[in-house]
Design a protein around this ligand. Structure first.
Ligand code: FAD
Length: 228
C-alpha cells in the first residue's frame, strides 16, 4: 500500500511500509478504494458496494430457459440487478450489496431470492461463488481524470462500468504519462471537486438503497398503466 507521496527532486517518492519507490510520474487509479493518502481525491467519489453470486454449471435445459442466446441483461429498476450465463454455463446474478467485504455463495441471500423469484426451477441448484467489491460513483456519472501538478495523475469514477471504461481511460492516462498532449486525450482532465458533505455518504447510500428497494417493490405491486 502506498502510504505517502512526496516530492523528490524533479520526481516523486512513494513511501510504503517496506520501502520507497522513486518515480517521475505517479498515477492514482484507486477508484472505489481511494483512501486518505489523497483525501481530496477520495472525496470526489462515493464508494458503493456491488456483489455477484454464481451457480454451478447448469444443465443445458435450465440454461435454455434463462437466457438461451447468452444475452447479458441489466434491469432498469431503481436498484439494478444484472445477470448472464458464463462460458461454463453458470448463472451469474449481481446487484447492490451492503458495504464491507463479504465472500462465499451464501453471503448475499437477497440475490439468491431474486434469482429464485425469476426462475423457480433453480431451487435445488448449487450456488458455488459469491463476492463483492467497491465501485466508485461520481455526481455527474462520468469517469474523471485529473492532473493537478506535473507528474501526478488520477483517474477514477467509473460508476460500476469500469471493465471497459477503466481499461480505456487507463490507456489514455498512460499515453498522457508518456508525453501525449491533453488535447490528444479522449476526455479532458477536470478539476478535483470534493462532494459536499462527503462524510455522510454511508447514510446517503443506505437511504438510497432502501428508497430504491421500496420504489421497485411498489412498481412491482402497482405497475404504471399504459398512459403513465
Ligand atoms: C461485484 C462487481 C461487479 C462488477 N461488474 C461490472 C461489470 O459487469 N461491468 C463493468 O464494467 N464493471 C463492473 N464492475 C466495476 C469494475 O469492477 C470497476 O469499475 C473496475 O474494477 C475499476 O477498475 P480500477 O482499476 O479503476 O479500480 P479497482 O479495480 O477497484 O482497483 C483500485 C485499486 O487501488 C488500490 N489502492 C487504493 N488505495 C491504494 C493505496 N494507497 N496504495 C496502493 N493501492 C491502493 C486498491 O487496492 C485496488 O486494488 C463490478 C464491480 C464489482 C465489485
Amino acid at each position: 500500500r502506498a502510504l505517502s507521496v512526496r516530492r523528490a527532486g524533479a520526481g516523486w517518492r512513494v513511501g510504503t511500509q517496506r520501502g520507497a519507490v522513486l518515480a517521475d510520474r505517479v498515477v492514482f487509479a484507486t477508484n472505489g478504494y481511494a483512501d486518505r493518502l489523497w483525501d481530496r481525491l477520495r472525496r470526489t467519489v462515493v464508494p458503493v458496494s456491488s456483489a455477484i453470486i454464481a451457480t454451478a454449471p447448469l444443465p443445458a435445459e435450465a440454461r435454455a430457459r434463462i437466457l438461451a442466446g447468452r444475452e447479458v441483461l441489466y434491469e432498469l429498476g431503481a436498484i439494478t440487478t444484472y445477470y448472464r450465463i458464463d462460458d461454463a454455463g453458470r448463472l451469474l446474478i449481481g446487484g447492490r450489496s451492503s458495504l464491507g467485504d463479504r465472500a462465499g455463495p451464501h453471503a448475499f441471500p437477497g440475490l439468491r431470492r431474486q434469482a429464485l423469484a425469476l426462475w423457480p426451477f433453480l431451487r435445488g441448484v448449487a450456488w458455488t461463488h459469491g463476492w463483492n467489491g467497491h465501485v466508485a460513483v461520481t455526481p455527474d456519472h462520468y469517469p474523471h481524470w485529473h492532473e493537478p501538478m506535473p507528474g501526478i495523475i488520477a483517474c477514477l469514477g467509473y460508476n460500476g462500468r469500469g471493465v471497459a471504461m477503466a481499461t480505456l481511460l487507463g490507456r489514455e492516462v498512460a499515453r498522457r504519462a508518456l508525453g501525449a498532449g491533453t488535447e490528444d486525450i479522449l476526455l479532458p482532465p477536470g478539476p478535483i471537486r470534493p462532494i459536499p458533505c462527503h462524510a455522510a455518504w454511508p447514510l446517503g447510500v443506505t437511504a438510497g438503497i432502501l428508497h430504491g428497494r421500496l420504489a421497485d417493490a411498489l412498481a412491482r405491486r402497482w405497475p404504471p398503466g399504459p398512459g403513465a
